[in-house]
Design a protein around this ligand. Structure first.
Ligand code: NAD
Length: 448
């Protein structure tokens, strides 16, 4: 099948590559000339395990092409995906300017019948807006082509995106005609071979499904962070509590890890956007508000623990002269994405308090360089060990596998203040303390 994808970000690039890998003829179109030029030279703009060789192989085979020429791209696809960003607007609602710009482009160039598929995460009712925008463009040039706008939200996880795309838990198709459903079923047939994964529904339900999924996951995280904060107050260890509840299949083991708060390009904006949609329809989504505020507070918790250890309360200059080794900058492991990452809040708080930072992340160094630029109070190191030079304390922010088993004796010798702040509960307090280090985790009551 001939497929066009607008947007070569995490979603567009991974989806396009996976569709090409199963034999479809894919054109990915982006407005970012440098990105497209890079992709045509085999430079992959994001870090995603397994993606690079797949892009190169499918590009070389001619099944995966990259362009900035929207006219060529629209002329190509029987199915045209919209996979551009939907960042939060000032009031928290999803900003649809990129999605609607693509809709205008499609309307401007459309010359035959297609199915337009919204893969971006968009509020309920967006398919109607996309349809109206395309129709208005067609009308303005006196053109008439049958087209349908379907919803096909994306559930891939950064860090495991290729796997999620090739072996999805489910493929949600929201469409109002049998023709569109049939086309999308044929498109996805290679991913739907051993058991039925396709769930067909109406467009609005599909749009809401994506928000419901992300809001549920964010809720689990905030719930567990709330329990962690209570555990800390009452002198309980949330890691014990986690093990005590996860075995209940009604609760399950996934997403009940306490930590330094959720980040990334999806949960924060999607929770906010869903609450905003509810508000626009006259409903006060109280739980969603709480999920967000618990997370916001949690992003400061590591800094609070640091303040507690050093006996300082105010931010201004309180940690002048201290240097913190920071392990992990990406919002989660196996990605270089730092959008809304907890590390960003922590670093800002440390800097506001006059501290210096020596940071390492296996993949996000370049992104950190881009975000923070040159600063006297930041050194981006090329290994975890290099962060320890002249450091007073260690803070672990992202749970990359390589941080799981450090040599605590060496850390004890390297860190002048002999203290670890473990924002992901990677370590056992006894083991850390046995090496002569003070240990602070999340929700580990013994650190009161
Ligand atoms: P991204 O920011 O990584 O990429 C968006 C791309 O769209 C950019 O390359 C940008 O240049 C391009 N673009 C913008 N306007 C364009 C236009 N008019 N024509 C062509 N290209 C254009 O975004 P992303 O992370 O891939 O997310 C895309 C959507 O998918 C968002 O709605 C997001 O919420 C959703 N989503 C993201 C993830 C994720 O893990 N990143 C998962 C599921 C769903």
């Amino acid at each position: 099948m001939r497929v066009t994808i607008f947007g070569t970000g995490y979603v567009g690039l991974v989806t396009g590559t996976c569709l090409a890998d199963v034999g479809h003829d894919v054109i990915c179109v982006d407005i970012d000339q440098a990105k497209v030029d890079g992709l045509n030279r085999g430079v992959i703009p994001i870090y995603e395990p397994g993606l690079e060789p797949m892009v190169k192989a499918n590009h070389a085979a001619g099944r995966l092409r990259f362009t900035t020429d929207a006219e060529v791209a629209v002329a190509h696809g029987d199915v045209v995906f919209i996979a551009v960003g939907t960042p939060p607007d000032e009031d928290g609602s999803a900003d649809l300017k990129y999605v609607l710009a693509v809709a205008r482009t499609i309307g401007r160039h459309l010359e035959r019948q297609v199915v337009v598929v919204n893969k971006s995460t968009v509020p309920v009712g967006t398919a109607d807006k996309v349809r109206a925008t395309i129709a208005a463009e067609l009308a303005s040039r006196g053109a008439e082509f049958g087209f349908e706008v379907a919803s096909n939200p994306e559930f891939l996880k950064e860090g495991d995106a290729v796997n999620d795309c090739m072996r999805p838990d489910r493929i949600v198709i929201g469409a109002s005609s049998a023709t569109a459903v049939d086309k999308l079923k044929r498109l996805y047939a290679p991913f739907n071979r051993n058991h039925e994964r396709i769930v067909v529904m109406d467009v609005r339900s599909a749009e809401l499904t994506k928000y419901a999924a992300n809001a549920m996951l964010a809720t689990k995280i905030s719930f567990m962070n709330e329990i962690a904060n209570i555990a800390e107050k009452v002198g309980a260890d949330v890691e014990m509590v986690r093990q005590g509840i996860g075995s209940d299949p009604r609760i399950g083991w996934h997403f009940i890890y306490p930590g330094a708060g959720y980040g990334g390009s999806c949960f924060p904006k999607d929770v906010q956007a869903l609450a905003k949609t509810a508000q626009q329809y006259g409903y006060d989504a109280q739980l969603l508000g709480a999920v967000e505020s618990v997370n916001d507070r949690q992003k400061e918790h590591l800094f609070e623990l640091i303040g507690r250890h050093y006996g300082v309360a105010s931010h201004d200059g309180a940690l002048a002269g201290k240097t913190f080794a920071v392990w992990g900058l990406a919002f989660k492991p196996n990605t270089d994405d730092m959008r809304e990452a907890s590390s960003r809040r922590l670093l800002q708080l440390l800097w506001d308090a006059g501290a210096k930072v020596r940071a390492y992340d296996p993949e996000a160094t370049e992104e950190a360089q881009r975000i923070f630029g040159e600063r006297d109070d930041l050194v981006l190191c090329d290994s975890a060990r290099a962060t320890l030079a002249d450091a007073d304390a260690l803070v672990v922010v992202t749970e990359w596998k390589q941080f799981r088993s450090p040599d605590f004796q060496r850390l004890s010798q390297s860190l002048a203040d002999r203290v670890i702040f473990d924002g992901r509960n990677l370590y056992h307090p006894d083991e850390v303390e046995a090496a002569g280090l003070a240990y602070y985790g999340i929700g580990r009551g013994r650190s009161i």
